[in-house]
Design a binder for this molecule. Sequence first.
Ligand code: ITT
Length: 206
Amino acid sequence: MPNLPILLATSNPGKIRELGAILKPLNLTLLTLADLKDQYPPPAETGADFLANALLKARYYSDQSHLPALADDSGLEVKALNGEPGVHSARYGGEDLGDLKRSAYLLKKMANIADRKARFRAVLALAYKGQSLTWSGELVGEIALEAKGENGFGYDPIFIEPQSGLTLAQMPLEAKNRISHRARAGEALSLDLAKIAAFLGQFSQG
Ligand code: ITT
């Protein structure tokens, strides 16, 4: 693998923890936004879907930092809410709510809804100098009746993983990282290491 460091282009600490662990075996050299001397304001996520927003973030942070940048765009889609909150997952119910109140807001919307089917989706995008690669993953499950568990982030306390019957927040990080939408996107990425090496290699000569 060429030795170009890759910038993990997210300001979400939950994603940094998970992506760090998921990508660790791949021996990529990863930097976070906190490692850079310049700080960049996050871009407006104006894309219509996860793919568009992942590409938008990866391209933005790569252009700013002049590094290859790997961004994650992800979120929760609830069938009975026509796919909401979807690309609005991070801001659903109001910008400043915080994770717990945001989950409570969603539970309230679901109060009288019997169909609890939902899925998490994640798209990873790697961008550098006008080129990009993308990978995606999903996890199907159900919205719980009440929040349970302390681990994870975001909607984890209200998302039940069907095999175990546990919410993602009741699982240790390693267990979530074996099955999550982000882990599946990471697996797809790991199957493309040769492509990534070629992608980075084309820039390493100069
Ligand atoms: P960056 O854009 O800086 O990466 P963000 O939190 O704004 O961080 P997104 O726009 O992709 O990221 O929003 C994703 C939201 O979806 C996130 O804030 C959570 O509320 C939710 N989400 C995504 N993955 C999740 C997971 O594994 N567990 C629980 N909630 C998740």
